[in-house]
Design a protein around this ligand. Sequence first.
Ligand code: PT1
Length: 281
Amino acid sequence: MLLTARDHEFRFPRPALLMGVVNVTPDSFFDGGRHASTEAAVEHSLRLVEQGADILDVGGESTRPGAAPVPEAEELRRVIPVIRSLAGRVRVPISVDTMKPGVAEAALEAGASLVNDVAAHRGDDSLWRAVARHRAGYVVMHMQGEPATMQAAPAYRDVVGEIDRFFLERLDRLGACGVALGQVILDPGIGFGKETGHNLELLRRLGAFRHHGRPLLVGLSRKSLVGRVTGASDPSQRLSGSLAGAVWARAQGASVIRAHDVAETRQALAMVEAILGSEME
Ligand code: PT1
């Protein structure tokens, strides 16, 4: 299995890719405001690369439950200078965490190699056509509803089946827009319009999504799921639970782990990789 993102190529099975979170936001749930300036975000990114990040995921709009939408001009102002600066300084691929076609396109122009689209595209096809044109990587993430209201009353008859069909539908439409299968990563969207039971079932049955033959991404770092399970109401107290979740996800076949705590997650994943050997993808 191959993943291509512009001039980057990853061949699986291989150790899981660690995607480090770079929030250029004042209001992210864990580190909001800590890296809100371009300089702070770039410094933080360079530290994540030193700690072993394989991908940097730069975002300018919080998608935590209840987060308010950010106007496009403001999102551009936050992320584009960071991406432009990083593109000249790091060898790892840069991902842009955005739902907006205009931001995705500007980020690709500025040197990003992947688009991490938590809305998995709901408007016209312009975002997908930009991904196709740049041969960029693309994360299809599942979300029920939208961040402002997604946790109001999430409901599924069969959470794994519904998300599996969602992946098939998006893969089909992506192909029609010229995005090759080899560019796509699938993500069940932990915490995006899901109750605790839904999130736990998705993690328990993650292997059910492997038949698509695409890398699976899991992001649960410091999310409220970890708080619910462990009783840690403050995100700053959720590191150990987040590491346990990352280890589980990797062992069930996740190929990309999205995390805030790169050094710690790198060490936890090193144990799983050693135990698995190179048998898994
Ligand atoms: C994710 C992800 C993301 N998560 C991808 N991109 C966030 N591909 C942002 C909570 O319940 O999992 N995959 N980009 C962060 N979003 C959330 C969601 C943050 C839920 C917090 C919660 O606490």
